[in-house]
Design a protein around this ligand. Structure first.
Ligand code: HEM
Length: 467
């Protein structure tokens, strides 16, 4: 143990101190493990762009199972072996091609419209509700439908089993970081519920896959959705590994909904705190959509200020707070030698507001998106940083990660989020209920601790568009 510390002692660092003070390479001590945090563009480029540095199997391996139940196993997010990953990714790519995504606009609109109907019921200027909960329900319905052809009805019915199981599993993921929680007497109920929820998810996945296989066998044309791609991938393998298919089903389910929900909720929070930005966004939406019900694909490109807002929201509040790599051979970065076999953490943020959280010490408390060096006046929410003429950030802004292991769902997510946000801005005035902390919670994903409690009123715009 001492040896481990001695081996890294020359790298500047102190847990939870600011990377600005120590960067560009910072040592972090977490229990007996030491990781190195990278906060320089050179380091980010080296670790994210090169396939030479695999994801860290020690860290990603912890997601293989949850309280002893296989969870996301070797799915696309957690698989660390480069060859295994490359094969899976190549097969999945067509389900995220532009032409396929354009075809999803109808579902994005349909589900977003259902959300608007639910919100209308609450829009009396008095009813208080958690925006995060509503956003999670709409993104869950969307991913269920477009990825797997499932109608989950999370928006219509809050008792429906699958969404509840997902919520439980997310809670379990968060709690599982407490060492030995699985064996604590007071936690047995939670552990049991989480394990049952994981089993339910995998069972539903199995049924869904069997139905689809049967349909394909009966000559029914398969929709080109995520599930079809997962099955195609599996068909190419020499040995059929149904467990790996289930891993990917759950991977897409989990990766594909909470992140987008968090982004939308943080954006509502930021807009509620900046009325002048909100007004400009509403004016743009009125200009582009007017009183039209649905958002067309062509409209997305015209909503440029909304795009800037969404990018700025991801800068300050990136739902995924970083990524981990395994450095296999010694490497010199910014004149600092990092020893072989080190876990390297690359993160776009500094969780300065992360005060309420049961923080995983392996996750960082450090900046890039929030460093003065990279962004002037970094804690100010200013969408103009991303205006057309502004200089492009250089390896210091990467909410979807970068390089080969970057998010496959980036374009999907930004289309989905824009449709929902555009409709919300078109239809409602919203107010943040006072007394909330607006703290961030690092719980697997980065999310608003209080869920962003809002009140709504229907909006009557200058063009007479009424909710
Ligand atoms: C705002 C929304 C989203 C954000 C901020 C986000 C962010 C990220 C980040 C940072 C990674 C890299 C993770 C790592 O290195 O461990 C990632 C990977 C991934 N994301 Fe997303 N994501 C979002 C939405 C989505 C959606 C909608 C889907 C699916 C429909 C998705 C599917 C995936 C998958 C499968 C990977 C693994 C890719 C690979 O390694 O090949 N994500 N995402």
């Amino acid at each position: 143990m001492e040896y481990i510390h001695a081996k890294y002692d020359y790298i500047p660092g102190a847990p939870r101190e600011r990377a600005e003070k120590y960067g560009p390479v910072v040592r972090m001590n977490a229990f007996h493990r030491i990781s190195v945090l990278i906060v320089s563009p050179e380091g980010v480029k080296e670790f994210l762009m090169s396939p030479q540095h695999p994801k860290d199997p020690i860290v990603y391996g912890t997601l293989f199972s949850l309280f002893g139940e296989r969870f996301i196993g070797n799915g696309l997010v957690t698989v660390c072996n480069h060859e295994h990953w490359r094969k899976q990714r190549r097969i999945m790519d067509p389900a995220f091609s532009r032409s396929y995504l354009i075809g999803l606009m109808e579902t994005f609109n349909e589900k977003a419209e259902e959300l608007m109907e639910k919100l209308e019921e609450k829009a009396d200027g008095k009813t208080e509700f958690s925006m995060l909960s509503m956003m999670s329900r709409v993104t869950m319905d969307i991913i269920g439908k477009v990825a797997f052809g499932l109608e989950l009805n999370a928006l219509r019915d809050d008792q429906t089993p699958l969404p509840n199981a997902v919520t439980k599993v997310m809670e379990g993921l968060n709690k599982a970081r407490v060492p030995f929680l699985r064996f604590m007497p007071g936690k047995q109920k939670l552990v049991k519920e989480v394990r049952e929820s994981v089993r339910l998810l995998r069972r539903v996945a199995k049924e869904c896959i069997d139905r689809r296989r049967e349909a394909i066998q009966n000559g029914k044309e398969a929709t080109m959705d995520i599930l079809t791609q997962i099955l195609k991938g599996a068909a190419l393998e020499e040995t059929r590994d149904d467990e790996n298919i289930l891993d990917n089903f759950i991977t897409f389910f989990v990766a594909g909904h909470e992140t987008s929900a968090n982004q939308m909720t943080f954006t509502v929070m930021a807009l509620g705190q900046h009325p002048e930005i909100l007004e400009r966004a509403q004016a743009e939406v009125d200009e582009v959509l007017g009183a039209k019900r649905d958002v067309d694909y062509e409209d997305l490109g015209k909503l440029t200020y909304l795009s800037q807002i969404l990018k700025e929201s991801l800068r300050l509040y990136p739902p995924v707070s970083g990524t981990l790599r395994r450095l296999e051979k010694e490497l010199v970065i910014n004149d600092i030698t990092i020893p072989a076999n080190t876990t390297v953490f690359v993160s776009p943020i500094h969780h300065q507001q992360l005060l309420a959280a049961p923080v995983n010490p392996n996750l960082n408390t450090y900046i890039m998106g929030r460093m003065e060096k990279f962004f002037k006046d970094p804690l100010t929410f200013d969408p103009d940083r991303f205006s057309k003429d502004a200089p492009k950030p250089y390896y210091c802004y990467f909410p979807f990660s970068l390089g080969p292991r970057s998010c496959i769902g980036q374009v999907f997510a930004q289309m989905e989020v824009k449709v929902v946000m555009a409709k919300l801005l078109q239809r409602f005035e919203f107010q943040l209920v006072p007394g909330q902390s607006f703290k961030l919670l690092e719980a697997g994903t980065l999310r608003p601790l209080d869920g962003v409690i809002c009140k709504l009123k229907p909006r009557i715009s200058a063009r007479g568009c009424k909710a």
